[in-house]
Design a protein around this ligand. Structure first.
Ligand code: PRT
Ligand code: ZN
Length: 283
């Protein structure tokens, strides 16, 4: 049976569990135990620290896992990236004390940089041709310059608030990350079939995220203009109403253009516009 490793607690746990729940997959014993049988899918769920997930998948303790791309790159384990999952977005950046006169990457020559990501940082420095000292620390990297432990840091940034609170300025964005589904290369027949089923469900959910289902009544003479305004999977659905000369028009619309489209549709004569949440797009 397929085994998936997800983060036991922390930033990726909630969204990993809710992605699985949207796919109809639940942990039978919650996320409190180390291992749980899944309900709704033939799978076991292992709850691990995120740092351990790439190795657990590479070694076969789990077959697949959900983890940040940053951990995958840092650990360098033999796993394949199956699918990006659209949450847990962050970047790993170089930051320096805000008073420093940072002139560009060459400023880093001969400096000491504190990080929990020595491999990714080492690759960056090598590519940029910079000789700097990498000082590996496990947590609270952002305080290293203030306590005299380093000249700069290389750490995860999301909103940038933590850097500001610590008097630091982001100067180089080096690595962009999000949660990904990873797998051990060469899964056997049954496990690979299980992974394909899971991918199918996840793809449907990810495709529907950020989309809304729009329904409206539209007079016949405005139908062509409305269809031209609306993106749709093939083309919008058009159904005649009982009242002659009127149609019901249905379309799937990305959330970011929803209000703009609604305003334009109203101008051309659309009425009774309904916006519905979309759970799945199965293709
Ligand atoms: O216990 P375990 O080892 O499992 O968890 P952890 O403490 O190592 O990791 P956790 O839960 O903090 O993060 C898990 C993953 O979430 C990371 O590996 C990233 O892929 C992703 N992620 C997304 C983040 C952030 N956003 C994030 N903002 N991980 C950490 N941060 C931290 C960052 O280290 C810094 O301290 O948040 C702070 C910066 O945030 P802003 O918003 O102030 O810039
Ligand atoms: Zn961790």
């Amino acid at each position: 049976m397929l085994k998936i490793a997800i983060q036991s607690k922390g930033r990726l746990n909630d969204e990993s569990m809710s992605l699985l729940a949207d796919a109809g997959i639940y942990a039978a014993s919650g996320s409190r135990s180390l291992v749980s049988r899944a309900k709704g899918f033939p799978m076991e769920i292992l709850f691990l620290r995120d740092d351990d997930i790439p190795q657990a998948v590479a070694m076969g303790v789990a077959d697949i896992g959900i983890v940040g791309l940053n951990e995958v790159a840092e650990k360098g384990q033999s796993v394949v990236e199956v699918m990006r999952l659209g949450f847990g977005a962050c970047r790993i950046s170089i930051a320096v004390p805000k008073g420093e006169d940072y002139s560009g990457p060459s400023w880093l020559n001969g400096r000491r940089i504190a990080t929990s990501y020595p491999v990714i940082l080492g690759d960056y420095l090598k590519t940029a041709g910079i000789e700097a000292e990498i000082h590996e620390i496990a947590g609270s990297v952002e305080i290293a310059p203030a306590v005299g432990m380093a000249d700069a840091i290389f750490d995860i940034v999301s909103s940038g608030g933590t850097l500001i609170q610590n008097g630091l300025r982001e100067v180089e964005q080096v690595f962009f990350s999000e949660a990904v589904l990873i797998a051990r290369p060469g899964l056997d027949g049954e496990k690979s079939a299980g992974l394909e089923k899971l991918k199918f469900r996840l793809r449907s959910i990810l495709a529907s995220r950020g989309m809304k289902y729009l329904l409206m009544n539209i007079p016949q003479d405005a139908v062509d203009a409305a269809v031209a305004l609306l993106p749709a999977m093939k083309s919008p659905t058009l159904l005649p109403l009982a009242e002659p000369g009127w149609f019901s028009l249905h379309a799937v619309v990305p959330e970011e253009v929803l209000w703009e489209k609604i305003e334009q549709l109203k101008v051309i004569g659309a009425e009774d516009i309904l916006v519905l949440n979309l759970e799945n797009i199965v293709k």
